[in-house]
Design a protein around this ligand. Structure first.
Ligand SMILES: NC(=O)c1ccc[n+]([C@@H]2O[C@H](COP(=O)([O-])OP(=O)(O)OC[C@H]3O[C@@H](n4cnc5c(N)ncnc54)[C@H](O)[C@@H]3O)[C@@H](O)[C@H]2O)c1
Length: 346
């Protein structure tokens, strides 16, 4: 394999203080890389990376990727973008800017440095899919003017830019389509379905299920996702993607709620709320390509991943081992002020 070897390399992770970014930074450091974490803390938290700050190979830069960045690195992982509906719908224009202008800035940087760049794309590019499970060849069914479009279309445009930079400037790109991923360091207030359910169950609050709960999702544990990310960046330059990375085990939202209640031992009951606009009915990746090209498939079963996630939130909520909650992010304040309703089940 003549792919990219991280050891001893300077690697830029945008969105490095976020949920996935912080795990990626950790993993890259463990692989012997020098990591430059760039984040504007819109949804990321300092506490996610606090344990890395003493590592001499780790550096943090507060920066908004919608502005150009001049640094010297050997590879770029572009993760900066709010990922949960409650966050990306808070300032939809900014979401599109982060996806599109952020991509242009990072691609420009990769072009100047002639370095490989990986894009954290999303299963949302498939929209409400007509093909099930979703294969990479499927072009998707996205409403371009809906409330999710800022994210879905932003990410689609970012993919277009990545492929055009590849065709036009011979850039070494990797486009990874991430399906629902969960695990420790998800923001407790970001409205994603796993964190929502776990936090509600631990607090003994009603568990909010949108619609009848028969819509399906597949849930990938964060360690599996990071392994797929590292393998993709380490793959030969000819492998550019797009490539699905996610867990093909499919569960209904109702099944997830039942599992969370069982594993937390909670007395929470389930309450139903109307299904939000453009909420996909089904989501499940076809990961044949990831398996053939990277030898990758997920290894952590939902029950095991949920147990680790519940243990994390249990600590975060101060019920077990003490741990300081992060400072509130602007969006939390905005939601409290606006009294906004919980987000769709991303
Ligand atoms: N977690 C998932 O299930 C999932 C699924 C599909 C795609 N993704 C993609 O993976 C990436 C990371 O997602 P996550 O779940 O870790 O979300 P996250 O919100 O925890 O992380 C995103 C990070 O990007 C930072 N950021 C946002 N705007 C920025 C800007 N303008 N400049 C610099 N930093 C900025 C945030 O502060 C945060 O640290 C995102 O691009 C997301 O679209 C995630």
């Amino acid at each position: 394999m003549d792919g990219f070897d991280m050891s001893g390399k300077r690697v830029l992770v945008t969105g490095g203080a976020g949920f996935l970014g912080s795990h990626l930074c950790e993993r890259l450091l463990a692989s012997g890389a020098e990591v430059l974490c760039v984040d504007n803390y819109f949804t990321g938290r300092r506490s996610n990376i606090a344990h890395l700050l003493d590592d001499p190979s780790f550096e943090v830069l507060r920066h908004d990727v919608t502005f150009p960045l001049y640094v010297e690195v050997d590879a770029i992982f572009n993760l900066a973008c709010p990922a949960s509906p409650v966050h990306y719908q808070h300032d939809p224009v900014q979401t599109t800017k982060v996806s599109v202008i952020g991509a242009i800035n990072m691609l420009g940087l990769a072009k100047r440095l002639r370095c490989p760049i990986l894009q954290a794309s999303t299963s949302e590019v498939y929209g409400d899919p007509h093909i099930h499970p979703q294969v990479e060849e499927y072009w998707g069914n996205v409403n371009p003017i809906g409330i999710r479009a800022c994210y879905d279309e932003g990410k689609r445009c970012a993919e277009t830019l990545f492929f055009d930079y590849h065709r036009q400037h011979k850039l070494r790109i990797k486009v990874m389509r991430i399906f629902n991923t969960y695990g420790p360091r998800m923001h407790p207030d970001d409205g994603r379905v796993v964190s929502n359910f776990v936090v509600q169950a631990l607090k003994g609050e009603p568990i909010t299920v949108f619609g009848d709960g028969e819509q399906t999702r597949s849930f990938c544990y964060v360690d599996d996702l990071i392994e797929g990310t590292i393998r993709l960046m380490g793959s030969p330059p000819s492998l550019i993607g797009p490539i699905n990375i996610g867990n093909p085990d499919e569960f209904t939202i109702r099944e997830l709620a039942d599992a969370v209640i069982r594993l937390t031992g909670s007395r929470s009951r389930i309450v139903h709320r109307p299904l939000p606009h453009d909420d996909p009915r089904q989501r499940r990746p076809d990961i044949s390509k990831a398996w053939e090209a990277l030898g990758w498939r997920p290894t952590v079963r939902l029950e095991e991943g949920l147990k680790r996630t519940i243990a994390y939130f249990d600590r975060e909520l101060g019920r077990g081992e003490p741990r300081r909650m992060a400072e509130p992010i602007p969006i939390s304040a905005a939601r409290r002020k606006a009294g906004s309703r919980p987000s769709p089940q991303a």
